[in-house]
Design a protein around this ligand. Structure first.
Ligand SMILES: N=c1c2ncn([C@@H]3O[C@H](COP(=O)(O)OP(=O)(O)OP(=O)(O)O)[C@@H](O)[C@H]3O)c2ncn1[C@@H]1O[C@H](COP(=O)(O)O)[C@@H](O)[C@H]1O
Length: 107
């Protein structure tokens, strides 16, 4: 299991966005704004779907990485911290009853 997390990538994106480096794709996307970044996110989502339905396993891995990167860029431009999304997900964990069932003693 890798130690690398979405939180690490969010931090890198924040730093690269502030760098103003002309070679930085992240800085370019932040400069172009939410419309371009959201468009890229949509394209990566479609490419991920295509890889999935074709059964292209390596493509699915690669496109998923592109998708998650561009999703974090969109969150960053929109000023939404990853933690806010994680808290939203955390708040849903009890809804299916899965978490409660798992923690309930058997018998
Ligand atoms: N994870 C990524 C990542 N995934 C995808 N991409 C870039 O996303 C871009 C868009 O992908 P496309 O396949 O659509 O490429 P394209 O056809 O050239 O794009 P367009 O013609 O549509 O503009 C490519 O230039 C990829 O390099 C990424 N760019 C950066 N990162 C991460 O961000 C860090 C900082 O990168 P820089 O900001 O470039 O320094 C990197 O170290 C990585 O960790």
């Amino acid at each position: 299991m890798t130690e690398f997390s979405l939180s690490d990538l969010e931090k890198t994106i924040r730093e690269r966005a502030r760098s103003g480096d002309p070679d930085s794709w992240t800085a370019k996307l932040f400069a172009k704004g939410i419309d371009k970044a959201a468009q890229k996110l949509g394209e990566e989502a479609v490419e991920t779907v295509i890889a999935a339905v074709r059964g292209d396993r390596q493509g699915l891995v690669s496109e998923s990485a592109d998708l998650m990167y561009h999703w974090l860029v969109v969150l960053g431009i929109a000023g939404v911290p990853l933690d806010e999304v994680l808290k939203e997900l955390e708040g849903r964990t009890g809804r299916s009853g899965v978490a409660e069932k798992a923690s309930r003693p058997k018998g």
